[in-house]
Unconditional design. Sequence first.
Length: 240
Amino acid sequence: MSPPKVFLHGWGQSRQIWKQQQACFPNARILNLPGHGGAADASDWVTAISEQLPASPSIIIGWSLGGIIAMQLALAAPEKVEALVLVSTTPSFCAKTGWEYGCRDEVLQAFASGIESNSAKTMSRFFALMFQGDDISRQQYNEIARTAFDKSNPPSETGLSHGLELLERCDLRQQFTQIQQPTLVIHGEQDAVIPCSAGQQLAEGIAHSRWHPITRCGHVPFLTHSKIFNETVEAWCQKI
């Protein structure tokens, strides 16, 4: 039997963004990050998520900020993590000395604007940024936005600010190479939020990893290329 699967979403979103994975992985545990999707705020996100993991070691599928938390869990509580699927994520969100794979300044500005206004309009603009580089029609985009964006449970101001702080401060460049769990790294080649090169660095630095870039794809491959994403994850998980 395959280990249980746990999905972690990214900043400003909710568990609803995994809507196209729910049918393919009906027994998966799809969590809300603290302060997102109606979940309570928490000061320690890694502990808050760790307490919600299944009793047996899990395959943690983390996207963007959720991928950073997944790596932290693999390092801090390896007995709880059987394997990782890292989607459009990075060991360091911001560019630093010796790390040129950080996000663009306008992306951080979009994050900050979301906190300052906490408005649906601002969050919608950030949602659109995630699709830059994707080869999808306006109709497809509108349908995804309608079904994957949880407008009834917006993130709390605390959740947004704490999440942004994690993105700005977290630096796993010296730690991620210590990850021993089997790891699948998936990244859109046209990602406008986290450069594809950041994902490639992850794949090259983790010992037991597989690198799977997706062409003509932005920051949300599980939405815009859901068939490829689901089939790739399912086939890889079956080999664990």
